[in-house]
Design a protein around this ligand. Structure first.
Ligand code: BDR
Length: 300
């Protein structure tokens, strides 16, 4: 059983990743969701994380508010494909009462890692601001974590913001660079692998056929999302924890450009057996979709 914290900025594909994790209790224990400014501002990502947990009947999952802006980059970069509310504007209900945790995202990460040394996988599926600040608070955090598995960057392929940069890295490249230099065991799910995934009509119809409320919600959100982005980015991180044989990769040295200019947010990578990061470069799309369909069917 792998203990995880999902650091997220929901976001429709973030929501799917969270559903996948919550549906996989036999493989994964979700310690909490830490929210960051991601696809929408942090007030919305915090609320959206609560909405997703409530839809899955999991009001017991701690949801923590995180840092509202990137470390140094401008704060106005948002993704439009997730709709105004960040979850496709499908009217997903807001829980009337969600337990207050009384702590912040960064403190929660630090506390949980102290409590479970060596055991926590930090799954970062948005800009890595919270993760970077936690690493700055505790310089040994990288060694105390089991690993950081993140969606971000484009190591050996083109970007989705421009020719070079991927969204999560471009929102907060300084945070990404702090994580890349942290000495933590790193697994990178960049566009190299996520652009090999597809939101096919068969996934949407399969979700509808599942017949449960969460699958139906996922189908409605993904239908809106697929109009602008047809890739299953964030669920890859969780799917890898459940079944690593779905993926292949290459050990690499990865950095990110933090200097202003046309390369801002660009990943710089080269294969290196001693490198800082395992870059995931291959996925079995059919088995990934089967996993999503079968696991989401388990939710309410
Ligand atoms: C990443 O950007 C976001 O819009 C998605 O949620 C994903 O994390 C893909 O570049």
């Amino acid at each position: 059983m792998q203990k995880i914290i999902i650091d997220c900025g929901p976001g429709i594909d973030d929501a799917l990743a969270i559903f996948l994790a919550l549906a996989s209790c036999e493989d994964i224990e979700v310690l909490g969701l830490t929210c960051v400014k991601g696809n929408v501002p942090v007030e919305k990502t915090y609320l959206n994380a609560q909405r997703i947990c409530a839809a899955a009947g999991r009001l017991d999952i701690p949801v923590l508010r995180g840092i509202p802006r990137p470390i140094l980059a401008q704060a106005d970069l948002m993704a439009t494909v997730h709709g105004k509310d960040g979850l496709g504007d499908i009217g997903l209900s807001v829980p009337g009462h969600f337990p207050e945790t009384g702590t912040t995202a960064v403190d929660f990460i630090l506390e949980q890692v102290e409590k479970h040394p060596g055991d926590v996988v930090l799954c970062a599926i948005g800009p890595m601001t919270n993760v970077a600040v936690a690493l700055l608070f505790d310089p040994l955090l990288g060694q105390k974590l089991h690993s950081v598995a993140f969606m971000g960057g484009a190591a050996y392929c083109a970007g989705n913001m421009n020719d070079h940069a991927e969204f999560n890295f471009m929102v907060d490249p300084h945070a990404a660079e702090i994580v890349l230099q942290s000495g933590a065991r790193l697994v990178m799910f960049g566009l190299d692998v996520t652009h090999q995934t597809r939101i096919e009509d068969s996934l949407l119809s399969g979700l509808r056929q599942n017949g449960n409320a969460c699958s139906d919600l996922a189908a409605r959100m993904l239908s809106a999302y697929a109009l602008g982005d047809r890739h299953l980015h964030d669920p890859c991180v969780i799917a890898w924890l459940i079944d690593p044989t779905l993926f292949s990769g290459v050990q690499s040295e990865v950095r990110v450009v933090t200097e202003a200019g046309p390369d801002f947010g660009r990943s710089l990578a080269r294969p290196d057996p001693q490198g800082n990061c395992r870059v995931i470069t291959g996925v079995d799309q059919d088995r990934l979709v089967s996993l999503l369909l079968s696991r989401l069917a388990e939710l309410p």
